[in-house]
Design a binder for this molecule. Structure first.
Ligand code: ATR
Length: 274
């Protein structure tokens, strides 16, 4: 039996076990996908204990994505750029490989819900400057976006990401959001869950071009106040559930060596429990 899983704290509400176990069942693979919840300061010891391959791999979620990068001997370029890993592979020889497929999920979510969107066709905006924001900014760098504008309440945190990612990335304070929105082809909300309400953020979304695509990385609720406002302005929108599911696909491939069975409607399954 092949074992894979997801590590986070808290973990109880993770949708990943539901998604992966549905795919495992439909594919008829001898495998199981397990949720793990190491204590916040114990991730390193937890991951070290899995060396050798009894557990084939792990998805990693909050708050362990940076710690996951640090335990690995081998780090993919995209994980390095994101400064975080959401996927660890435990190799038979005892080494750990860190990867990050969140960026693949993000780009695939745009392709699925905003067909024709081209990340390289103009400036993009990322709201927030935590781990999620850095991951999104790194994905746009890799997708060839000519300019990535990070808007954050605390300018210094946005400047740190810009410093880490280099030339195409610049930092804006929240009160210059309208300037950052000028000419943008996409605006991604990467602020922490629960603060994405229009009242808390009060973003001047009307300053975005009509063709701009608005994306929210959170999916609780599925249609966040930010996305609802975007739809009210008749902008195209992309939700965080699409990103979650579309990063799960490449994770499943890494764990089990095959693509997920397409007949499973994982989105409907997830919507049922959200
Ligand atoms: P994560 O690692 O999940 O991205 P994080 O590091 O806690 O989470 O980052 C949360 C982001 O949401 C930060 O950019 C934060 O802004 P600050 O850097 O100024 O703290 C942003 N955020 C949280 N609450 C906010 C609020 N009420 N208004 C504006 N931005 C907020």
């Amino acid at each position: 039996t092949a074992v894979a899983g997801v590590a986070g704290h808290p973990i109880a509400h993770s949708l990943s076990p539901l998604i992966h176990n549905a795919w495992i069942a439909a594919a008829g693979i001898d495998a199981v996908y397990v949720p793990f919840s190491p204590l916040p300061d114990a991730f390193q010891r937890f991951a070290e204990g899995l060396r050798g391959g009894s557990v084939r791999g792990l998805n990693v979620t909050l708050p362990f994505k940076e710690a996951a990068l640090a335990v690995a001997e081998e780090v993919s370029e995209r994980a390095d750029l994101a400064g975080a890993a959401n996927l660890l592979i435990f190799n038979d020889d005892g080494t750990i490989t860190a990867d990050n497929v969140d960026g693949l999920g993000l780009m695939a979510a745009f392709a699925q819900q905003a067909p024709g969107f081209d990340a390289a066709s103009g400036p993009v905006v990322v709201i927030g400057a935590g781990g999620a924001a850095r991951g999104a900014a790194a994905a746009f760098v890799q997708a060839g976006s000519p300019e990535i504008r990070i808007v954050n309440r605390t300018l210094a945190r946005a400047e740190m990401i810009a410093g880490a990612l280099g030339k195409p990335v610049s930092a804006y304070p929240l009160d210059q959001a309208a300037a950052a929105f000028h000419g943008a082809v996409a605006v991604v909300n990467a602020t922490s869950a629960g603060v994405a309400s229009e009242d808390a953020l009060d973003l001047p979304l009307e300053a975005t071009p009509e063709h701009a695509v608005l994306m929210d990385m959170t999916y609780r609720p599925l249609v966040t106040p930010y996305l609802a406002r975007g739809r009210g302005l008749r902008r195209r929108t992309v939700d965080g559930l699409a990103m979650l599911i579309l990063q799960a696909g490449p994770s499943f491939e890494s764990f089990f060596g095959r693509t997920p069975p397409p007949e499973v409607d994982v989105r409907a399954m997830c919507e049922q429990v959200l």
